[in-house]
Design a protein around this ligand. Structure first.
Ligand code: PLP
Length: 465
């Protein structure tokens, strides 16, 4: 195998990177002091960098490399498709085989009557499509005043103007004039941080009922849809209490609003089912998909619509589309990725082997004095770092006091684990083996130990009040 490696010393690459390449969600100036890690190659759950280090990627890239790195089948399909038809659009009454085949496959996999796929290049633009679809749907139904979409604080739905508005990230809204009008945010079901004296069950119900209260206050005649991730990913892998989703389901059934499940992370095997909404037991009217749909080998996303919505908006021209909607190479690769997930029985592997084993290891991290709670569903998990677990305290030093140190200690131990504030999160490739899970847990434990030591040394194990 010929490995693609860097052809320059790491320091030179880093200098060029700092000078010319702008990184997402980063303070660009910081790269001048310390360059970015240069990743050169991947194989299975492993990454290699320009210094020759071998790193366990417990984040599957950015929650997306579901089948793992180094899959020749996906490269071969891409090359074949590029030679045959590298590009054609699906505007103006044309189509092509990869888009047809992928749409039909997705319709087969998606639950209920979610049978119609509108393609995008990622999750952000798919959620922009969703905003337009639900507003158009109600217009076609003769209810044009139903425009408001209810979402949740600390949700992540993407980075475009529309999708970042749907999202509930305060730091994003603080820049660039967000959110756009007619997006309303209710509170998230994050019991650890916000549950106060309530039991998780009471808190789950209370947070779900905020949806009902919002509908009553704003007026059902104004609400188009509710959007949510079955399990919040970028918000810190927030697993809601058991009572949350059944109550949301009841409210959505009783009220005349659409439910959009953002399955960009939860979809394609991550939670031990094809889709996260199956794991939490709700049937959406629409789904957002991306990331694991192609395991990140090609940029592709989409919206899957119910029969009712697709037929309604299909009665007239829907003035919306992207140049790369249904890109043939991306579609061909996504289809092959779904074949791999299916034929290698990766979802069975997650449900029956990897997730139960990972859960055992993950739960045992709570024996550590720095770890308050451990949450995991399928292969997406989080732990809360805390100076005092008896009170679920936050750090006096503010959000990220421990998380930032821990992420850095993970890196130093050749483990990629991300932090959101003081939650550490994992989302490894689905084929991860028990041996690799052992390594992941060992390295995580060591990184947590080192973090704890640092926090103690620097006098940072102090609870906020
Ligand atoms: C990543 C993500 C998105 C945005 O997808 P992009 O491909 O980055 O545009 C949307 N929703 C969720 C839940 C995500 O995790």
């Amino acid at each position: 195998m010929t490995a693609i490696t860097n052809h320059m010393p790491t320091a030179e690459l880093q200098a060029l990177d700092a000078a010319h390449h702008m990184h997402p969600f980063s303070a660009q100036g910081e790269f001048e002091a310390k360059g970015a890690r240069v990743i050169t190659r991947g194989e299975g759950v492993w990454l290699y960098d320009s210094d020759g280090e071998k790193i366990l990627d417990a984040m599957a890239g950015l929650w997306c490399v579901n089948v793992g790195y180094g899959r020749d089948e996906l490269a071969d399909v891409a090359a074949r498709q590029m030679r045959e038809l590298p590009y054609y659009n699906t505007f103006f009454k044309t189509t092509h085989v990869p888009a047809i085949a992928l749409a039909a496959k997705l319709a087969e996999l998606a639950p209920g009557d979610l049978n119609h796929v509108f393609f995008a290049s990622g999750g952000s633009d798919a959620n922009d499509t969703n905003i337009r679809v639900v507003r158009r749907y109600w217009e076609m139904k003769g209810k044009p005043e139903k425009t408001i979409i209810i979402s949740r604080k600390n949700a992540y739905h993407g980075s475009s103007m529309g999708s970042a508005s749907l999202g509930g990230m305060a730091a994003m809204h603080a820049q660039g004039g967000l959110p756009i009008p007619d997006i309303h945010h209710i509170n998230q079901p994050n019991w650890w941080a916000e549950g106060g004296q309530m039991s998780p069950e009471e808190f789950g119900l209370a947070r779900a009922r905020e949806l009902e209260q919002a509908i009553d206050e704003i007026g059902e005649n104004r609400i188009a849809a509710f959007i949510a991730e079955p399990i919040q990913g970028a918000g810190g892998v927030i697993v809601p209490p058991e009572t949350y989703w059944p109550e949301i389901k009841r409210i959505c059934q009783e009220r005349d609003i659409l439910f959009i499940a953002d399955e960009v992370i939860c979809g394609f095997g991550r939670t031990g089912n094809w889709f996260g909404s199956q794991t939490v037991g709700v049937q959406p009217d629409m789904m957002t998909i991306a990331k694991g749909m192609s395991s990140g080998y090609q940029p592709i996303g989409g919206s899957i619509l119910s029969d009712e919505i697709a037929h309604t908006i299909g009665q007239d021209e829907f003035n919306h589309g992207y140049t790369y909607s249904g890109h043939p190479v991306a579609c061909a690769v996504a289809l092959e990725n779904l074949r791999i997930i299916e034929e290698e029985k990766l979802i069975d592997h997650v449900r029956d082997t990897a997730a139960p084993y990972m859960r055992e290891k993950w739960d045992s991290l709570t024996d550590h004095p720095l770890v308050g709670e451990a949450k995991i569903v399928g292969l997406m998990g989080s732990i809360a770092l805390t100076p005092d677990k008896s009170t679920r305290a936050a750090f006096a030093g503010g959000p990220g006091t421990a998380g930032l140190i821990c992420r850095e200690r993970c890196f130093a131990n050749n483990l990629v684990m991300r932090h959101v504030g003081d939650r550490m999160i994992i989302c490894p490739p689905l084929p991860i083996t028990p041996d690799e899970i052992d390594l992941l847990a060992e390295r995580a434990h060591r990184a947590i130990d080192e973090t704890h030591k640092r926090l103690n040394e620097e006098g940072l194990m102090v609870a906020a009040n």
